[in-house]
Write a protein that binds this ligand. Structure first.
Ligand code: GH3
Ligand code: MG
Ligand code: MG
Ligand code: MG
Length: 338
C-alpha cells in the first residue's frame, strides 16, 4: 500500500512517516506542497487511468495551493475518485474542516497526531477503498455479463427466425409475419400480394453438380431475390427450393410487375458457384485439388395471388399462390401466373 504524505513541515512529515513505518507494510512517499503531489498523482495527465497511490494524508495549510483546493483538484481527476484523502490539521477551525469535507476529504486527524489513531484511521480508510474497488469491479462484471447475455439472447432470437441455409426468414417466422400483414391489410382494406417462387428442375442441379453446389445455388438465388425487394416486403424459405413473398400495399398490377422482374432477373443471371464448401482436407480424396467453379443458369416459376379488401385466411391466400405456381409449372416453367 502506497501512502502519499503532503505537508510543508519536514518535522510533521517525519513524525507521520515514522509512525506509519512502524506499522510495517506501507510504502511512503513525501511531498512538501500540492504541485509536487499533483505530479506524483498524475493529476494533470488526462490519460491516466490508475494511480499507484492508495491513500493521501494531507496537511490543511500548505503554501500556494492549500489542502482544500488540493483535495478538490484530486477529486476532479477521474482516476483518483476512490483514493481516500485524510486531512491532518493543527487548528480547531471547524469551518475549514467542513470545507475540506465538502471538497471531498474522507477523514481527518488533529495534530499532534496520536500514533494509534493515525494507524487506525489509515487502516480503515484503506479498507474502505478496497471495498469500494471490489464493489465497483463486481458491478462492472455484472454489467459485462448482462451485456453478454443480451447479445446471446438477441443472437438466439435471430437464429430462431432465420433459415439456416439462406439467412432469410424460415417458414414459421414467415407465416407469423405474413399473418400479421394480412390482418393489417384486411383491417385497413389495403391491397396485399402473395408470391410463391419455386426453382425449376432443381433436382437436375443437384444431380449435375452435387448437393453442395445446389445449396450454394439456393443461397445465391435467395440473395438475388432479396436484393430486389423493399424493406417492408416479407421473404421466407418455406420449403426445400420454394420461397414465398408477401408484398404489402401492392396491387395486382404491381405484384405482376415485381414477379416478372424477379423471374426475368434470375433467367438473365449466371450464378458463379464454387465447390469450396465441399472441400474437406480429411475426407477429400484430393485435398490439394483446386475447388471447381461452375457457371449455373437457373429459372424460377412464380404464382401470384392478390387480395383487396376481402377477408381470407392466410392458408387460403397461400393456397391461391400455390395453385397459380402449379399452373406456371404446367405452362412450361420460367413463367409468372396470377
Ligand atoms: P420443378 O420444381 O421444376 O417441378 O422441378 P424440381 O426438380 O425443382 O422439383 P422437385 O420438387 O421434384 O425437386 C426439388 C428438388 O430440390 C429436389 C431436392 O433434392 C432439391 N432440394 C430441396 N431442398 C434442397 C436443399 O436444401 N439443398 C439442395 N441442394 N437441394 C434441395
Ligand atoms: Mg502546513
Ligand atoms: Mg422446383
Ligand atoms: Mg418444389
Amino acid at each position: 500500500m502506497r501512502i502519499l504524505i503532503i505537508d510543508d513541515s519536514e518535522g510533521s512529515r517525519l513524525i507521520l512517516t515514522t509512525i506509519l513505518r512502524s506499522a510495517g507494510h506501507y510504502d511512503i512517499t513525501e511531498a512538501s506542497n500540492a504541485q509536487e503531489a499533483f505530479d506524483i498523482l498524475q493529476c494533470r495527465d488526462l490519460e491516466a487511468v490508475e494511480s499507484d497511490v492508495d491513500l493521501v494524508l494531507m496537511d490543511l495549510h500548505l503554501p500556494g495551493v492549500d489542502g482544500i483546493e488540493a483535495t478538490r483538484i484530486i477529486r476532479g481527476a477521474t482516476h483518483l475518485n476512490d483514493i481516500p484523502v485524510v486531512i491532518v490539521t493543527a487548528d480547531d477551525n471547524t469551518a475549514a474542516l467542513e470545507r475540506a469535507f465538502r471538497a471531498g476529504a474522507t477523514d481527518f486527524l488533529r495534530k499532534p497526531v496520536d500514533p494509534v489513531e493515525l494507524r487506525a484511521r489509515v487502516r480503515s480508510s484503506l479498507r474502505l477503498k478496497e471495498e469500494t474497488e471490489n464493489r465497483k469491479a463486481r458491478e462492472r462484471e455484472l454489467l459485462d455479463m448482462a451485456g453478454r447475455l443480451r447479445q446471446a439472447n438477441n443472437r438466439l432470437k435471430e437464429l430462431a427466425i432465420r433459415d439456416e441455409l439462406t439467412g432469410i426468414y424460415n417458414r414459421r417466422h414467415f407465416m407469423e409475419v405474413a399473418a400479421r400483414e394480412l390482418s393489417r391489410a384486411t383491417r385497413y382494406e389495403r391491397p396485399i400480394a402473395m408470391l410463391f417462387l419455386d426453382a425449376d428442375h432443381f433436382k437436375d442441379i443437384n444431380d449435375t453438380y452435387g448437393h453442395f453446389v445446389g445449396d450454394r445455388a439456393l443461397c445465391t438465388l435467395a440473395e438475388a431475390c432479396q436484393k430486389q425487394l423493399r424493406d417492408v416486403d416479407i421473404f421466407g424459405r418455406i420449403g426445400g427450393e420454394e420461397f414465398a413473398l408477401v408484398l404489402p400495399e401492392t396491387t395486382e398490377e404491381e405484384a405482376m410487375a415485381v414477379a416478372e422482374r424477379l423471374r426475368e432477373s434470375i433467367d438473365e443471371a449466371t450464378f458463379t458457384l464454387d465447390e469450396v464448401s465441399r472441400k474437406n482436407p480429411v475426407l477429400d480424396d484430393e485435398p490439394d485439388a483446386a475447388p471447381r467453379t461452375y457457371h449455373i443458369h437457373l429459372t424460377i416459376s412464380i404464382g401470384v395471388a392478390v387480395t383487396e379488401a376481402s377477408l381470407i385466411s392466410l392458408e387460403e391466400f397461400m393456397l391461391r399462390a400455390d395453385r397459380a405456381l402449379y399452373r406456371a409449372k404446367e405452362l412450361g416453367r420460367n413463367k409468372v401466373v396470377l
